[in-house]
Ligand binder design. Structure first.
Ligand code: ZN
Length: 156
């Protein structure tokens, strides 16, 4: 199975974890703070989660978002799940984007959505967006892990 979220490589970018969900930093962020919430198990759709898992995912996502807003000094965010090929899902492993928003970041608030679609199968990456240097990714992940640890969102 060639799933980036099931490979051990992904752990390098995991900065928070609670129950069955992980927060993964996007190495080609649309804007600083761009994170993916990903279940441990390989399931494709939000509809495959049980009710308790949906609750767990939303509560975890909300805590991670609140933390990211503080760390990156942002005030607004978008959440997005592409569920199914027709909806633009690039990997058959459920993931939700958390995209932090900044004043004047785009001409129109809705312009972020096409940027999500620039992944072309590379879940954490985009040929069209600048990729962070390894040292930069390490620095951000380390900082986020420390912060997540303080907030009890880092279970390893
Ligand atoms: Zn997977």
């Amino acid at each position: 199975m060639n799933c980036p979220f099931c490979s051990t490589h992904i752990e390098e970018f995991v900065f928070a974890r609670e129950g069955q969900f992980r927060a993964v930093y996007n190495i080609a962020p649309i804007f600083p703070g761009h994170t993916l919430i990903v279940p441990e198990k390989h399931i494709a759709s939000l509809l495959e989660l049980g009710e308790n898992e949906v609750t767990e995912m939303i509560l975890f996502s909300r805590k991670v978002t609140a933390m990211l807003l503080k760390v990156f000094n942002a005030e607004a965010f978008d959440w997005s799940v592409q569920d199914g090929d027709i909806a633009g899902q690039s990997q058959a492993h459920l993931h939700m984007h958390i995209v932090l928003r900044y004043p004047g970041d785009l001409p129109n608030p809705g312009d972020w959505y096409p940027l999500i679609q620039q992944n072309y199968g590379e879940i954490l990456d985009s040929a069209l967006r600048p990729k962070l240097k390894n040292s930069e990714t390490e620095r951000i992940t380390k900082k986020l892990r420390e912060k997540a640890g303080e907030e009890g969102l880092f279970e390893f």
